[in-house]
Structures are given as C-alpha cells and as structure tokens.
Write a protein that binds this ligand. Structure first.
Ligand SMILES: *Cc1c(COP(=O)(O)O)cnc(C)c1O
Length: 227
C-alpha cells in the first residue's frame, strides 16, 4: 500500500472512531495545496474524490492535469475579486465566502450549463482579527444574498478553529459554528454541510457535528511551505 493510501486509511479510522457509532456521513476533503499532481493521483487511486486547494494560480494547472471528471475541487482559501472568474470556472465548491461582492462575481462568472458553484460561508470562529470569515451577525444577510444568486448554491458553513491543544477550546469554537448552522436551517435554508475539522482538530469538530473535514497533513505529510 502506498504511504498516501495508508495515511488515508488512518484518517478514515479517526473519522469513524470520532463518530462513536453515529451514522451520519462525514465527507473527507483531501487538502492538496502545495502537493504535486502525482500525489493527488495517488490519493485518487486510493479512493479520494474531494480535493481542496487555496492558491488559484497553483490550482488551475493541477486541475487541468488531473481533470474535472473523477474529482471534485474545493477552493478553500481567501479570494480576491480579480480571481473570482478562475474559481467560478475551475472549481466545484468555494468554501471561503465572506463578501457579497465576491458572491456576485462568482455567480456572474459561473459558466452556463454547469451546475451552480456549491458554497459554504466562512465564519470567523477563532476570534482572531487576522482570520478571514464573517462575524456571526453577518451570516444571515450573506446567506440571503447568496440565495438570490443563480450561479451559486448555498450548502452550509465553514470555519477554522484557532490552533490550540485545548480540546475544550476547539469544541467551543466549533459549537459556535454548529449553532449558527442550525439557526440557518431553522430559518428554512436547506443546508447539508458543516465544514469543520483539520488534521489537528478533527475529533473535536466531529464531536460538534461536522459533516465535512478538510485534511491535508494527515494524508500527505507535513507541508514544506507555510500555508
Ligand atoms: C491547509 C488547510 C486545511 C488542512 O490543514 P491540515 O492541518 O494540513 O489538515 C484545511 N482547511 C483550510 C482552509 C486550509 O487552508
């Protein structure tokens, strides 16, 4: 078995243990930023379908090399409006939405004939000023704006917890996102994606109701360049 296949097996085991018998599906996005097309192919061969990238320039040639047929591509990074067209054309999902202006640009640039771009609104749950994402009180207005755009389909919320060894703190931050997600569902939005959990905090995220984890390091090894 290749190292990537073995790592994937380990991640799937962590996910199923964290579910503690709960039957919900947790979708695994393999975060392939900084990784070569060969490594992505290896993950594909081991059964991964979802890949996450966060630099547009790096991702476009990789997507071209791997193709869009067998893989589902998630853009998970901050996005400037001058790159919105590239994301709308090359990706299936955008998980970092935090501005109406970007939502409008993405919707406009989504090619006719493709299904809408699937989006998660990113919420700043860590409280760090440097982190992207909307504040809690901005979630509903942004969700309303997205719902009116034909090129986008709102699937849920995404959040990144502050790096911390403190499981209780991780869980508090993820719980904030879950409450916001449930609030939107109660308000009538049909959502199915609560995207939270990375290599170091997937157990806490799943304990708080995550339905999608974004895992890089535990699948591909440590990254050389900070990302
Ligand atoms: C890099 C990244 C991840 C994956 O992080 P790991 O700690 O390597 O699992 C997940 N989500 C986002 C938004 C990222 O940028």
């Amino acid at each position: 078995m290749s190292p990537i296949a073995a790592n994937l097996q380990g991640v799937r085991r962590r996910i199923s243990e964290a579910l503690q018998g709960d039957s919900r599906e947790v979708r695994l996005v393999a975060v392939s930023k900084t990784r070569s097309p060969d490594m992505i192919s290896e993950a594909l061969a081991a059964g991964c379908r979802d890949f996450g990238e966060n630099y547009v320039q790096e991702a476009i040639p990789k997507i071209a090399a791997i193709g869009q047929a067998g893989a589902c591509w998630h853009f998970i990074g901050p996005l400037q409006s001058n790159k919105a067209r590239d994301v709308a054309q090359a990706f299936d999902w955008y998980q970092g939405l935090d501005r109406v202006k970007i939502a409008e640009a993405l919707s406009k640039a989504r090619p006719a004939g493709r299904e809408p771009l699937q989006v998660c609104i990113q919420v700043n749950i860590s409280g760090e000023a440097t982190k992207s994402g909307v504040e809690a009180n901005e979630v509903v207005p942004l969700a309303e704006a997205v719902a009116a755009l034909p090129g986008l389909k709102l699937r849920g919320l995404m959040g990144i917890a502050a790096p911390s060894e403190d499981t209780a703190r991780q869980r508090r931050e993820f719980a904030t996102l879950r409450v916001l997600y449930e609030g939107l569902r109660d308000a009538g939005y049909s959502l199915d994606t609560l995207s939270m959990g990375m290599t170091d905090d997937l157990e806490a995220a799943i304990a708080e109701g995550s339905t999608m984890v974004r895992i890089g390091t535990a699948i591909f090894g440590s990254r050389e360049r900070a990302a």
